[in-house]
Design a protein around this ligand. Structure first.
Ligand code: TXA
Ligand code: MG
Length: 367
C-alpha cells in the first residue's frame, strides 16, 4: 500500500516537493459534496493532499492534476498568491484565471447571479471539463478576474483535485485559482513531468496523478450575455451543450470577453509547426523536401514512408485519444531541434474534432 503514494526526491530539484499518487482513477467518482469534510481519497494519499492544501493556504503555488490538463494553483482568496501565479506564468494581468470549486453549491459565493442555463449546465456536466463564465460576486478579487465583471468557475472531476479543494475548504478557503500549468502561450502540461519542465523548483509542490484523461483544456461557456457563447471548445461538445441548453451556444463576437486561449497564437511549440492535409503530407514526403529539411511529423492516417529519416509520431485515429496524447506528442517533437513540425490535419469540419482543430490552429498560427 505504501507504494501508492510515494514522495520522490530523485528526479526533482531540492526545493520542489513531488508526490506521486497512483491509481487515482480507482477511487472512482467524487463523493457527494455534503460528505466533503471527510476524505474521498486513499488514506495513503492523504498526507500529500494535506501538505498541498496547507501550502496553498499559506500562500504558496502548487501544481495538481485535473481531468483536462494540470493546473498551477493559488488560493483564490489570496491576492498576493494570485499575483505571484501571474508572474510565474508570465501571464498579462488582464487575462483572468479560472476558479476551481469543490462543488456547485459554492457557486453563490463566487457568482452574483446564476440563472437557469448555469444551473442546468452545472447539473449536467459538473464535476467535469466545463468552465462557466458568470457575473462575479463583489467579493471576488480583481486580480482573479483581470478586472472584468465576470468570473470563470469550474468544478473539476479529478479525485485528487477534488480532494485538494475539499481539504482547502476545511482550512477556510473556498476556491483555487488555477490556469494551466505552463508558461504563457506555451503547450499545456498533461503530466507531472511537463510541469517540472515548465517550472522546475520555482513552485512549491507537484501532485503527480499520472496523465490527464482528456488532455486538452475545459470547454468554456460565457453566460454573461443574453445567449450562451462558446469561448473555447473542449471535451464537452457543442452537441452535448445543445442538448442541455436547447440550442447550440453562439460563437464569440468581437464584443465577447477576452480569453487568452482565444488568442490566435497559443498552445505553441517553439519549433515552427505547420498543419498539412493528408494529401499534402503524402505528396511532400515523396519529394526531395524530406531529405533537405529536418522534419518531425505528427501523423494520423499516413504511415511513415520507408527512408524517412526524421521523427514520426503516429497519433491515435479517434478524437478523444488524439486529444489525450496531443500535448505530450507536441512536446516530444518540439524537443528534437527539428526545422519544422508537420502535423497531419484531422477532419476539418467534423464536430468531434472541433476542440483538437482549435488547438492545432493555434499551435500552428503564423503571422
Ligand atoms: O481545463 C482547464 O480549463 C484548465 C484546468 C487547469 O482547469 N485551466 C485552464 O486555464 O485552461 P487557463 O488559464 O490556461 O485558461 C483559462 C481560460 C483563459 O483563456 C482565460 O482568459 C479564460 O479561461 N477566462 C477565465 N476567466 C474568464 C472570464 N471571467 N471571462 C472570460 N474568460 C475567462
Ligand atoms: Mg492555458
Amino acid at each position: 500500500m505504501r507504494g501508492d503514494c510515494t514522495r520522490s526526491t530523485a528526479a526533482t530539484a531540492q526545493r520542489l516537493e513531488f508526490y506521486q499518487i497512483r491509481e487515482a482513477r480507482r477511487w472512482g467518482r467524487c463523493r457527494p459534496v455534503e460528505n466533503r469534510g471527510r476524505s474521498a481519497v486513499n488514506p495513503v494519499a492523504f498526507e500529500a493532499i494535506e501538505r498541498a492544501a496547507q501550502l496553498l493556504h499559506d500562500g504558496a503555488l502548487i501544481a495538481f492534476p485535473t481531468e483536462t490538463v494540470y493546473g498551477l494553483g493559488a488560493d483564490a482568496r489570496n491576492a498576493d498568491a494570485v499575483r505571484r501565479l501571474f508572474a510565474m506564468k508570465g501571464r498579462p494581468a488582464d487575462h483572468p484565471v479560472i476558479v476551481h470549486l469543490a462543488g456547485a453549491d459554492l457557486l453563490p459565493r463566487w457568482a452574483r447571479e446564476t440563472g437557469a442555463s448555469a444551473e442546468a449546465l452545472a447539473e449536467a456536466f459538473w464535476p467535469g471539463p466545463l468552465t462557466l463564465i458568470l457575473p462575479r460576486a463583489s467579493t471576488v478579487l480583481d486580480v482573479v478576474t483581470g478586472g472584468q465583471d465576470s468570473v470563470g468557475l469550474r468544478v473539476p472531476a479529478h479525485p485528487i483535485a477534488h480532494a485538494l479543494l475539499a481539504r482547502l475548504l476545511v482550512l477556510g478557503s473556498d476556491g483555487i485559482a488555477a490556469p494551466s500549468a505552463n508558461r504563457f502561450g506555451r503547450i499545456s502540461a498533461t503530466n507531472a513531468r511537463h510541469v517540472a519542465e515548465e517550472f522546475g523548483n520555482a513552485i512549491a509542490l507537484v501532485l503527480d496523478g499520472g496523465s490527464s484523461r482528456h488532455g486538452i483544456e475545459s470547454t468554456i461557456v460565457d453566460l454573461t450575455t443574453d445567449e450562451p457563447v462558446l469561448l473555447r471548445p473542449g471535451a464537452i461538445t457543442v452537441e452535448a451543450l445543445r442538448r442541455v441548453l436547447g440550442s447550440a451556444p453562439r460563437t464569440p463576437s468581437s464584443q465577447s470577453p477576452r480569453a487568452s486561449g482565444t488568442l490566435a497564437l497559443h498552445y505553441a511549440p517553439r519549433t515552427a509547426a505547420r498543419l498539412v492535409s493528408p494529401d499534402e503530407l503524402a505528396r511532400a514526403l515523396s519529394t526531395s523536401t524530406r531529405t533537405a529539411m529536418n522534419i518531425a511529423v505528427l501523423a494520423r492516417s499516413i504511415e511513415k514512408p520507408t527512408g524517412f529519416a526524421g521523427t514520426w509520431i503516429r497519433a491515435p485515429e479517434k478524437s478523444a485519444a488524439y486529444a489525450r496524447d496531443l500535448y505530450a506528442s507536441l512536446r516530444t517533437l518540439d524537443a528534437l531541434g527539428a526545422d519544422e513540425i508537420w502535423i497531419e490535419a484531422p477532419p476539418p469540419d467534423d464536430p468531434d474534432w472541433a476542440a483538437v482543430n482549435d488547438r492545432l490552429r493555434k499551435a500552428t498560427y503564423r503571422q
